[in-house]
Ligand binder design. Structure first.
Ligand code: R1P
Ligand code: URA
Length: 305
């Protein structure tokens, strides 16, 4: 049997499920945490209300395209946690498809990992950026006769939602000070979102021509001073939130765990990740349920009812 497409611009199946994330109306909340790693998503989902609150069970859906959605309530407030994998195309799928399934405003926090360019932000610390920009590889530079063009392009900065970011920073500071030893929360700097973990993050690889030897130490500080973090999704989220129809706004903020310090070359240990992820995840949930959302429309027949 063929699926009937109700809208050629926005394919959904006969049940109203979006094509990649796989959810339908009532399976995602207006408040969303998005992460890369599905193990991290499951860890956070364990903090959601259980059967002791109105007999609730957490809804879970793994889509064929690798998106994992958990929806339930946290302290009685509907929230979704969605693991998307890596990279900006996945952010585009996520935000557009969730928008098509959720009525009213959306608040979304990305809870990711990053490489730190700030000597003060060591492994296990948290960064809450005030804005994000993209660094993308200029394919043309690598064509014969075009190597005078810059090899990498820097976008302008897209701001995080200031209220959501303030709530997030305050919540992380309060929770992490109580739960982990000596974890710092670094606020106010920028995040660079790259289209590669390797070339655009200045990691040299003799297997390929990347022309990136000066990118991180020299070009980036000159182009965008005050950059604390390098990762692969946040600028796409802030950019698309800004482009959302104002009748149906999207408020977006982000926080990143420092997994690699690019100044000192340290890398986080699994033991620190095991301690940090649930503690920071709790802080992110607490910030997310505090932000005020105008005209929240609880969906009839939703999975959290
Ligand atoms: C690269 O290892 C991945 O880690 C970071 C980057 O943005 C990229 O997705 O975030 P996550 O840990 O959320 O996946
Ligand atoms: N995620 C990234 O994108 N880069 C790092 O160095 C670490 C985590």
């Amino acid at each position: 049997m063929k699926n009937k497409l109700t809208n050629a611009n926005f394919p959904m199946d006969v049940e109203g499920r979006v094509y990649h994330v796989g959810v339908k109306r009532g399976e995602t909340a207006n408040r969303i945490i998005t992460v890369g790693d599905h193990v991290r998503a499951r860890r956070i989902a364990k903090l959601l209300d259980g059967p002791e609150v109105k007999g609730r069970t957490v809804f879970e859906l793994v889509s064929q395209r690798g998106f994992t959605t958990f929806t339930g309530t946290y302290q009685g407030v509907p929230v979704s946690i969605i693991a998307i994998g890596m990279g900006t195309p996945m952010v585009d799928f996520l935000l557009r498809e969730i928008r098509a399934c959720v009525e009213g405003p959306i608040a979304i926090i990305r809870f990711g990992s990053c490489g730190s360019l700030n000597a003060l932000a060591g492994c296990g610390d948290m960064i809450v950026p005030s804005g994000a920009y993209s660094i993308t590889r200029n394919y043309d530079h690598f064509l014969d006769g075009h190597d005078t063009e810059p090899a990498y392009h820097f976008s302008k900065v897209f701001d995080a939602d200031p209220t959501l970011s303030r709530l997030l920073a305050a919540s992380l500071t309060a929770t992490l000070t109580a739960n982990t030893s000596g974890c710092k929360v670094i606020t106010g700097g920028l995040n660079a979102t790259t289209d590669s973990f390797y070339s655009t993050q200045g990691r040299s690889d003799p297997a390929f021509r990347d022309d990136n030897e000066r990118l991180v130490e020299e070009i980036l500080p000159r182009e965008r001073p005050g950059t604390d973090a390098l990762e692969m999704e946040t600028a796409a989220l802030f950019h698309l939130a800004r482009c959302a129809n104002p009748k149906n706004p999207v408020r977006a903020a982000a926080t990143m765990m420092v997994f690699a310090n690019r100044v000192t070359n340290e890398f986080i240990t699994p033991e620190v990740v095991d301690l940090l992820e649930p503690a920071a995840g709790k802080a992110v949930l607490e910030a997310l349920i505090k932000v005020e959302l105008e005209q929240e429309h609880p969906e009839k027949g939703s999975v959290w009812e």
